[in-house]
Structures are given as C-alpha cells and as structure tokens.
Design a protein around this ligand. Sequence first.
Ligand code: COA
Length: 261
Amino acid sequence: MSYEHILLERDGAVAIVLLNRPKQLNALSQAVIREIDAAIDELAADETVRAIILTGSGDRAFAAGADIGELASLESATQGRTLATRSHHLGRKMADLDKPIIAAINGFALGGGLELALACDFRLASDTAQVGLPEVTLGILPGWGGTQRLPRLVGPGMAKLLMMSGDRIDAAEALRLGIVERVYPQAELLDAAKQLAQKLAGMPPLSIAAIKQAVNRGLNMTLDDANMYEAGLFAELTATQDCKEGTRAFLEKRKPEWQGR
Ligand code: COA
C-alpha cells in the first residue's frame, strides 16, 4: 500500500511509522488518521514485524494536534462525532494489536498528537519535547481519548489541571508526571527507540502480546476479574513451545530460541 502523509519503513523486525507533514508540524488531518489506521492493519498482518515505532518527521514535532483547519470547517455535531470516533477506533486497534507500539516524541505532541502517543504502549521523548492538551483554547475538549487516557496515567486532578489550563509542559515535567517513560537528547531519541523496539522484537511474541492485553484490558476490569483474566493468559502461555523452550534454556544455561508458538 502506498501512503501520502506518512512514511512506513522497516528495519528487520522493527517498523517505523513516520508522520510526514513537517510544514504543518505533522498535524493530524483525517487523511493522516486514515493512513495510520491502514498502516496498523498492514503491520498487524505482517508476521515479520514484531515492534513498531511511531514518530514525527522533522525536528520540531511529533504532531501538533488535530488539523485545526479541519476542525474549523466542521458543520455539524454528527461530523464532530465521526471525527472523534474514527480516532477512538484507531486507539482501540493500537491497543488490541499484539505487537508493542512505541511513540518517539521528537518535539511538540499537542492535542490529538499527545492523544495518539497516549494510545501507544510507551512514550520516549526527546529533551526538546513539549506536550499538552490545549483543546480547551479552541472551545473543545480532548476528544481522541485524552480525557480518559491521561487521568489513567497521572490521576484525575493533574489531568483536569492540564486539560483545563491547556498548559504545555516540557519533557522533564512529562517524565516526572509519568506521561512519558524515558527522555533522551534529541539526537539520540530515534536510536534509543530502535534499540528498545529491537529488544522487544527479540522477546517471545506470545508473552509480549499477553502482557499488553493483560495490562490494557485489565485496567478496565475489577482487580478480581483482571486477576482471573491474567490467570487465563498465564495458563495459555504455560502450554506454549516458547514456555518449554524458555524454561529449558534457563536450566541448560543457553540462549532460548523463540518460535512464537
Ligand atoms: N493544525 C493545522 N496546522 C497547524 C497545527 C494544527 N494543529 N499546528 C501547527 N500548524 C501549522 C501552522 O498553521 C503553521 O502553518 P503555516 O506555516 O502555513 O502558517 C505551521 O504549522 C507552523 O506552525 P506555527 O504556529 O507557525 O509554529 P510556531 O513555532 O509558532 O508554534 C505551536 C508551534 C505548536 C505552538 C503552534 O503551531 C500551535 O499552537 N499549534 C496548535 C496546537 C494545538 O492547539 N493543537 C490542538 C489541536 S486539537
């Protein structure tokens, strides 16, 4: 499949999805959202891909939000709902994907840009990154999952403070709050993301997929239900070839060879 607004690169088992509208600070038009959605489908079907990096082209932005020109031209609440639900659908797809997705935040991640990063499994940021949910300044709210995912990371008070003030925060503050997991000098960010992606790509894929689902789905359950779900996933993994290989390799003091079965 060919794309107009994103670039899709592969480096062995790692795929890199590059948001590619640098002149508009990689603003997320509906066409961009559709292409990311299609790229996730393509990468889901590609068994050689084991980990994905999502980042922005240029050195200024991961993504400076939804395309404000498109927001300004919305003519009805129905169109507004469609715009929100398309991105919710993409977020669900990213959460359900059985491969890890790393956001490499190489500059501004604002509004929908931060919401897209929040839908990834981890967020690595450059020391130049600035993140925030400034939708309030446009007379709307973060409608691509931000009102729900941010409080799950930072708690309801801090999430409301950031969303009601619309304030941007720097990478160090984002790290302190747990919005990003690691911060690197700008020039080292992509290599760090690749290193992490390669490390995850070398892990047993069924374990990686199960950990992702245990956390993502478990967060929406009661603790008892989530533990029950965890036990089911654990049971399935104990019956895999990779579990036999991993435990045997430990006892035989050798490196395991994963089959993904
Ligand atoms: N949608 C559409 N275009 C955008 C955009 C967005 N979200 N964010 C930036 N752009 C465009 C600008 O219009 C400008 O285009 P132009 O050169 O044709 O005028 C270009 O990207 C560069 O942005 P500019 O504002 O000139 O850069 P800056 O360095 O002065 O400011 C930001 C950078 C990120 C602070 C500023 O662009 C901004 O506040 N963007 C909007 C952020 C936002 O509210 N996002 C939430 C949307 S839900």
